[in-house]
Design a protein around this ligand. Structure first.
Ligand SMILES: Cc1ncc(COP(=O)(O)O)c(C=O)c1O
Length: 383
């Protein structure tokens, strides 16, 4: 027991705003004001002057996420993509960025359509293969990008290894921790320089907020990031920060439930005759299960599988579920099912067209399994 080293469950509840000193409100008030009064001498000793450059709800969200991720500070953004853009543009400027070959497609699109216009080049590599990563580094590689778990195949990256390779080369290492969350893995502890989230997903946790957070391991780039955010205007609204901070209070409870439910669903799917293969890092069938056990304390709420049949049957399965909503995204209380090949964000053509991805939600796992069981009748009976 150590009062100075609280657990993640305690940090999410007490790591943010705390009791409001003015009113005694236990829950942080929402400060919607866009402008803040100056001091008589013209200063801003209370820390705020215009909400595009920061507001109290944003500050407490940033504090909580930075604490959870064991970083020195954080900046919250209006979306996860804005946080990705900030990390790539500040760390990759004037050089080359190395990203996983199955990185989130939005990150590839940012590199291809936006950052390339500013002279940032990129290439892709299998980030789980350390020899390949070393070979893919270029003399001007400034940033190596990793994801704790990849989408949709749930490949596991050894962050400590990638960070070491990047640092030996004089590059920085950024980790998109959206799938895993700080509940199960804290990349800064493994040596990452940046950790970022689409807070839209598990951090906010209720599919009703778009937000992002970028955490830095050291303070050196923090002021520059804050200034760029202010002048570029990718600031989240106070209400969205408040909703995200509220969602964070239940993050550990939700993540353990998501992971428990996903493990049960994966075990069910593995033995179902309609299924070819299942990828869930918590199952011994996952090719990197041993590594997953080493580097993360839980395996998240997302899994993928292929059914016996093609795109047509996969689409029909996704349309037949009752509790799994046929929708994109993940991290909500509602379970979601997505036919990967026809999703609007899908980009890697080398995946089979019968992959289905599940974001396993907070419903009772028996109900979720019953739901999948009836939907999979379409495969076994070709109904
Ligand atoms: C891994 C990952 N990173 C970043 C993003 C971008 O987040 P947002 O949709 O909040 O802009 C997403 C969105 O799906 C994601 O899955």
């Amino acid at each position: 027991m150590d009062l100075e080293e609280p657990h993640v469950e305690t940090l999410v509840v007490h790591g943010g705003a705390g009791v409001d000193p003015q009113t005694g409100a236990v829950v942080e008030p929402i400060i919607m004001s866009t402008t803040f009064e100056r001091d008589p001498d013209g200063g801003h000793s209370r820390g705020y002057f215009y909400s595009k450059a920061g507001n109290p709800n944003q500050s407490s969200l940033e504090r909580t996420v930075a604490t959870l991720e064991r970083g020195a500070g954080g900046v919250a953004y209006a979306s996860g993509s804005a946080a990705v853009l900030a990390a790539l543009s500040i760390a990759g400027q004037g050089g080359h960025v190395l990203v996983p070959d199955d990185v989130f497609q939005g990150t590839i699109r940012l590199l291809r359509l936006s950052l390339s216009r500013w002279g940032i080049r990129f290439s892709t590599v299998d980030m789980t293969d350390s020899a390949a990563v070393r070979t893919a580094l270029e003399p001007d590689t400034r940033l190596v990008w990793a994801e704790g778990l990849s989408n949709p195949l749930l490949k596991v990256t050894d962050i400590a290894q990638v960070a070491e390779i990047a640092h030996e080369h004089g590059a920085l290492c950024a980790v998109d921790n959206t799938f895993v969350t700080p509940v199960f893995q804290q990349p800064v502890r493994a040596g990452a320089d940046f950790v970022l989230h689409s807070a839209t997903k598990y951090l906010a946790g209720h599919a009703d907020v778009l937000a992002g957070v970028l955490v830095v391991a050291e303070t050196s780039l923090l002021d520059q990031l804050r200034t760029l955010q202010w002048i570029e205007g990718a600031t989240p609204s106070p209400f969205d920060c408040w909703l995200t901070a509220r969602g964070l209070k239940t993050l550990p409870v939700r993540m353990h439930a998501h992971a428990d439910h996903a493990a049960e669903v994966a075990a069910f799917l593995e033995q179902h005759p309609a299924i070819d293969w299942v990828r869930y890092p918590g199952r011994p069938s996952h090719p990197q299960h041993e590594l997953a056990k080493e580097v993360m304390s839980g395996f998240g709420g997302i899994l993928s599988f292929t059914i016996r049949g093609g795109a047509d049957i996969a689409t029909r399965v996704a349309a037949r579920t009752r509790y799994f909503v046929n929708a994109t995204s993940f991290g909500a209380p509602e379970s979601l099912i997505q036919h990967v090949a026809s999703a609007p964000t899908h980009g890697s053509g080398h995946l089979p067209d019968n992959v289905l991805r599940l974001s396993v939600g907070l419903e009772h796992p028996d109900d979720l399994i019953a739901d999948l069981d009836q939907a999979l009748d379409v495969v076994t009976q070709r109904a």
